[in-house]
Design a protein around this ligand. Structure first.
Ligand code: ZN
Length: 191
């Protein structure tokens, strides 16, 4: 899976993104202040932004996962990378800068996890359909209409940019249960 993902990145980069050195960077875990911080809009669509996005993709595919937001690597800008195919299908790669929700419809409940809260998951209610607009890495407007898993992913990543984690959307009881387990892990040096 990882080798496949890596080749997909380069295909994408040869087209839409300049080829720059990319590396897997550490993903911040629950408890890091960056995860609770509101991120600032992207203002400069330059090589530095591309480099951050490429590192995020490399990190996302290496994890592996389907979505990663910049605050998860300690950069509080409104940038998120999403790929439901985990690098297998370049057409599914979505990069969102400054995403805005245009409309939502319905509800879906499904088990959800987060790369910043590894080994925990719970049922989270999200919109069933979502229409969003954002800017791509060149600063051009892009629009997406999503349902099911992609809508869930958009909602989860946009939450990250607002300092919200999936456990913030659970009942206080469930949230405290997970927090308690994380605290124990942290005490044992395992978080
Ligand atoms: Zn997440």
């Amino acid at each position: 899976m990882q080798e496949f993902a890596a080749s997909a990145i380069w295909t994408i980069c040869a087209g839409a993104i300049n080829i720059l050195e990319a590396m897997i960077v550490p993903i911040l875990k629950y408890g890091s202040p960056e995860l609770k911080t509101m991120s600032s809009p992207v203002e400069r669509f330059d090589a530095e932004l591309e480099k951050i996005a490429k590192n995020m993709l490399e990190t996302l595919y290496g994890a592996p996962g389907i979505g990663l937001a910049a605050p998860q690597i300690g950069i509080n800008i409104q940038l998120a990378t999403i790929d439901l195919s985990v690098g297998e299908d370049p057409s599914q790669l979505i990069i969102l800068c400054n995403p805005q929700i245009i409309s939502t419809e319905g509800e879906q409940k499904s088990d959800e996890g987060c790369l910043s809260i590894p080994d925990f998951s719970d049922v989270v209610t999200r919109p069933r359909k979502m229409e969003i607009k954002a800017l791509n890495l060149h600063g051009e407007e892009v629009r997406y209409e999503a349902d099911d898993l992609l809508a869930r992913c958009f909602s989860h990543e946009i939450d990250h940019l607002n300092g919200i984690l999936f456990i913030d959307r659970l009942s206080p009881l469930k949230r405290n249960l997970i927090r308690g387990k994380i605290k124990k892990l942290a005490k044992a040096g395992e978080w």
